[in-house]
Design a protein around this ligand. Structure first.
Ligand SMILES: Nc1ncnc2c1ncn2[C@@H]1O[C@H](COP(=O)(O)OP(=O)(O)OP(=O)(O)O)[C@@H](O)[C@H]1O
Ligand SMILES: [Mg+2]
Length: 255
């Protein structure tokens, strides 16, 4: 159990931030991490490689070419123990160019197979839709983390991602496990958020991470400055919160 998807079709709920910071927390523990950017927005890639606009090989090049090895796309980051498979807008091509491939959602999983034994954890960031990239991520994953906000629309939206997980389980990956929902950008001073949090915990019983992530500019700084929070501000409560999520993941995944 080592491949973890961070997935929610709702945009801006913290998928990339959690993926980026979780990679940092795992690396800090000495785990060898491969982060794979499966979003054509390339936000995870920009955070890990702030100065690199000229990617020679992306995850799309590997998925689109049957002969290509994922090794060709793996880059070292500035952080010990973290490698990255980057992406950019070219990833959008998989949605159209693989239309005639009946089992295209298996391609990512197949490519990862080659290097799986070289990493302790593989983290897959996904886009804000339920297209082929999200299917691919959930097909390749052992477990999925679903970030959401303590708001009405966000809670209702979990039905879509849950529906996709059920479909992927039936057709491609029966063992896919929901590691849990992470309540992100939580502001516990607001009554309405307290109420939504209580509702989420009741509704998604037993699958919500004990640790939530507060709304904090520190997380914005982390992704903008290209340093996971555990490296940017190791003693901060925000870093501690990510470490706590990380411990819950390690416990659930037996990493
Ligand atoms: N806990 C937090 N506190 C404050 N800001 C946050 C927090 N988590 C994420 N953000 C900010 O919210 C924005 C969206 O976060 P992020 O990019 O991680 O979401 P996403 O789900 O990956 O978005 P997309 O669906 O576009 O890929 C970013 O500007 C990020 O810095
Ligand atoms: Mg994102």
């Amino acid at each position: 159990m080592k491949t973890i998807a961070i997935c929610n079709n709702k945009g801006g709920v913290g998928k990339t931030t959690i993926c980026f910071c979780l990679a940092g927390a795992l690396a800090e523990l000495g785990k060898k991490v491969l982060a794979v950017d499966m979003d054509q927005q390339g936000s995870l890639s920009s955070s890990f490689l702030p100065a690199n606009n000229d990617l020679q090989c992306t995850v799309a090049d590997v998925i689109l070419n049957d002969q290509a090895s994922i090794r060709e796309a793996i880059l070292k980051t500035n952080f010990k123990n973290i490698d990255l498979v980057p992406s950019n807008l070219t990833l959008g091509r998989i949605e159209t160019e693989l239309l005639s491939e009946r089992d295209a959602y298996h391609f990512l999983a197949d490519k990862l197979e080659e290097i799986k034994s070289e990493y302790d954890v593989i983290l897959l960031d996904s886009p804000p839709n339920l297209g082929l990239a999200s299917w691919s991520v959930l097909t390749a994953a052992d477990g999925v983390i679903i970030p959401l906000e303590a708001q009405d629309y966000s809670v209702k939206g979990t039905g879509f991602v849950h529906g996709l997980i059920q479909k992927v389980r039936r057709r491609a990956n029966p063992n896919l496990k929901i590691l849990g929902y992470v309540i992100n950008r939580y502001d516990g001073r607001r009554r309405i958020e307290q109420d939504f949090k209580a509702m989420i915990e009741k509704h998604l019983e037993g699958t919500v991470f004990k640790q939530d992530l507060k709304d904090s500019v520190k997380y914005v700084e982390a992704v903008t400055l290209g340093k996971p929070i555990t490296f940017l501000a190791p003693k901060s409560e925000q870093a501690e919160a990510i470490r706590s999520i990380c411990r819950e993941v390690i416990h659930a995944q037996k990493l």
